[in-house]
Design a protein around this ligand. Structure first.
Ligand SMILES: [Zn+2]
Ligand SMILES: [Zn+2]
Length: 436
């Protein structure tokens, strides 16, 4: 559900290096925003209000199709206001919220209430995924047509995998007739009995592991059913090399897209040697071969885009031994910088592909977002690629603190985020020099 009508005031962003893989732009240009949309891109544009972006990069606003904002139910961990502030601080101008809240978003009345709250409280565009099954239980289908009428953008049981293939097949068929894309968390719970990846690191740590097959078997089932039903299916948080290869195989025969996360692209299961609950995440951090496999698949487009799976947790749920901790990491605020630092500066991925995988590709999946072109929504991220910063509890906008990058020095920082022509994140304030 779109939430920003946009600023009608004109603004010219001057002198930024505009990089938009979608529109094939990569040059020093001025961009005029008017009526909440991009009005003109060119040289020597002047305006009543100008924003001097000399030395900065201007990208299409990032789009994150996987976030947990914890509203309703756990607003102590995140709410719409803090979740959207965290998104904006990370350059995200559009977000899809997952339905595993309390109550679960599985009825039109609950969904309608959430959509109304988003309209009042979100600083970025926020779209709601409704549950695929009542209570995310993988048993009874939700009333997808009514959920769509109430404002659902897509359906998902994220947090859980659907265990019964027949049930999943029916869900895909119904979602297809309801005209809703399905986001799938692929996990076979009969295999996923541990708390981290089953491998050398789990053996050394003496912690029960879940094998990669827990993800791979569920991904294969989902892809086979997607090909057969023709449903529009998005596989989220792909974390193994084999699952990425399976997605590649099925792209020729199914309406399927897939994402992977910043943490699966940058971290490995070696970290769990410390046994800290912080490192628990689902799917778990994998060994180097898998990290390399998902990196390659993101680079060549087999994995379409990055999604963060932003999952705030209160400290009492994370400051526990691995086996007792809640799974999940914060994601919005560090996504670009972590990937820029590790992959682009590390020579593993081009800046162009990173920007495409964070803006154009997910923007296309949502529809009509992620490009800087005349008439497009004025959703933009202004980035200082030279700024180095250390992730600390103090500089997070999220209400939670469970970032796997705490204490890490990253390069590249979002300094301004514009949604519908309005500056919703402005880190250096007046120093920007918006001239009235
Ligand atoms: Zn998930
Ligand atoms: Zn999730």
């Amino acid at each position: 559900m779109s939430t920003r009508s946009g600023s009608t005031e004109e603004l010219v962003v001057r002198g930024a290096r505009v990089l938009d893989p979608c529109s094939e732009l990569d040059a020093l240009l001025d961009v005029r925003l008017s009526g909440g949309r991009v009005a003109e891109i060119g040289e020597c544009l002047r305006g009543v209000r100008e924003l001097d972006a000399d030395g900065l990069h201007l990208f299409p606003g990032f789009v994150d199709v996987h976030a947990h904002w914890r509203t309703p139910g756990r607003e102590d961990e995140e709410d719409i206001e803090s979740g959207s502030a965290a998104a904006a601080a990370g350059g995200f101008t559009g977000v899809v919220m997952m339905p595993n809240t309390d109550p679960v978003i599985d009825r039109p009345a609950v969904l309608g209430g959430l959509v109304r709250r988003i309209e009042r409280e979100s600083g970025v565009r926020a779209y709601v995924a409704a549950a695929l099954h009542e209570g995310l239980k993988g048993e009874r289908l939700t009333e997808m047509r009514l959920l769509k009428e109430a404002g659902a953008f897509c359906v998902s049981d994220d947090g859980l995998g659907t265990q019964n293939a027949g049930v999943l097949r029916n869900a895909m068929l119904y979602a297809k007739t309801a005209g809703l894309p399905v986001i799938l968390h692929c996990e076979d719970h009969t295999l996923a009995t541990g708390v981290i990846h089953e491998g050398i690191a789990s053996a050394l740590a003496g912690v029960p592991g879940s094998p990669a097959s827990a993800e791979d078997a569920a991904t294969a089932t989902a892809l086979i059913l997607a090909a057969e039903t023709g449903a529009r299916v998005h596989i989220t948080h792909v974390s193994t090399a084999l699952s990425a290869a399976l997605v590649g195989f099925f792209k020729r025969q199914a309406d399927v897209t897939a994402d992977t996360t910043p943490h699966h692209l940058t971290l490995t299961d070696d970290l769990i040697g410390s046994l800290e609950g912080m490192w628990r995440v689902n799917p778990p951090l994998r060994p180097e071969e898998d990290r390399a496999g998902v990196r390659e698949a993101l680079g060549n487009g087999t994995l379409d885009f990055v999604a963060t799976d932003h999952a705030p947790h209160a400290s009492e749920e994370k400051e526990l031994p691995l086996e007792e901790a809640a799974p999940g990491f914060l994601g919005h605020e560090t996504a670009f910088a972590a990937l820029y630092t590790e992959l682009v500066l590390g020579g593993k991925l081009s800046l162009r592909r990173l920007v495409e995988a964070m803006s154009c590709a997910p923007g296309r999946w949502v529809g009509g977002l992620g490009s800087i072109s005349a008439g497009a929504p004025a959703d933009l991220a202004l980035v200082d690629l030279s700024e180095e910063w250390t992730v600390s509890e103090r500089n997070l906008a999220s209400r939670s603190r469970n970032s796997p990058y705490l204490g890490k020095k990253l390069t590249g920082r979002i300094v301004g985020t514009i949604v519908g022509g309005e500056l919703v994140h402005d880190r250096i304030g007046a120093a920007f020099g918006v001239r009235a």
